[in-house]
Ligand binder design. Structure first.
Ligand SMILES: C[S@@+](CC[C@H](N)C(=O)[O-])C[C@H]1O[C@@H](n2cnc3c(N)ncnc32)[C@H](O)[C@@H]1O
Length: 232
């Protein structure tokens, strides 16, 4: 992955900010909205670069491995959380078939503008929102976060929201096409606020899932990151 057009990190506040994000569960709702807004501005700015780098008819090898493990079934209702320019949409739709439904949510208007230009399916809805603030419960068979979790400032709040959106025993997937170390290293050299967006280490992730009502079924940490949990 390289985003040659993305500006470099410009100052040395990283340590202070990392500390700040380790305490992100202490953010009040106004601060949280500001953090989400900063990320929205960032992803609005890089939407075209993102699309340029990820536009592909065929998923790369690591994305194929992730897709195969999602266990999507015909007729399922799926949330693609932080859908970006929609690279997952055709693959999810193929698996869930015409009876299934895909709701693809992103906070960035520019990401969604590109996604809407590319796809038009009767059972696909693109929706602009903070994915932690949807007014739904018990609706989804699967919630999929591909390359999203690091960017959610309050991860505990996020997981509680996803738990609420899922049907009983619904499946929750967190996936990245590179290793956790690579994700975190890559984000660390990007500008604020993304430089602080980290994927938690395994013990922290397990505790987070337990606190938010999930049972972890598997967590592969290799050259990909793939976590599957069910709402318990
Ligand atoms: C790294 S991109 C991944 C996009 C897509 N999942 C993919 O893998 O191609 C992260 C996406 O998450 C979106 N995002 C970040 N915070 C969000 C939030 N709070 N609610 C919804 N989307 C968010 C960004 O706008 C961006 O499109």
């Amino acid at each position: 992955m390289s985003y040659s057009n993305w500006p470099n990190k410009t100052n040395d506040k990283t340590t202070a900010l990392t500390d700040f994000f380790n305490k992100s569960h202490l953010l009040n709702s106004r601060q949280l909205k500001e953090e989400v807004f900063k990320r929205r501005l960032f992803f609005d700015r890089v939407a075209e670069v993102w699309e340029e780098e990820h536009r592909t008819a065929e998923p790369n090898h690591n994305l194929c491995r992730i897709l195969q493990r999602m266990e999507l079934k015909p007729g399922q209702v799926v949330l693609d959380a932080g859908c970006g320019t929609g690279r997952l949409a055709p693959f999810i739709l193929k698996k869930i078939g015409p009876e299934g439904k895909l709701i693809a949510v992103d906070v960035s208007a520019n990401m969604l503008k590109i996604a809407r230009q590319k796809f038009n399916y009767h059972n696909l809805i693109f929706y602009q929102a903070d994915v932690c603030e949807l007014e739904v419960s018990g609706l989804f068979d699967q919630v999929i976060c591909l390359c999203l979790l690091p960017h959610l400032p309050d991860k505990e709040l996020a997981l509680r929201s996803f738990r609420k959106y899922l049907k009983a025993e619904g499946q929750f997937i967190i996936a990245h096409t590179t290793s956790r170390e690579e994700v975190n290293r890559y984000h660390a050299q990007l500008p604020e606020p993304i430089c602080c967006d980290q994927l938690p280490e395994r013990p922290e992730m397990i505790k987070l899932l337990q606190r938010t009502g999930f049972t972890m079924l598997e967590l592969e940490e290799s050259d990909i990151y793939f976590l599957r949990a069910v709402s318990s």
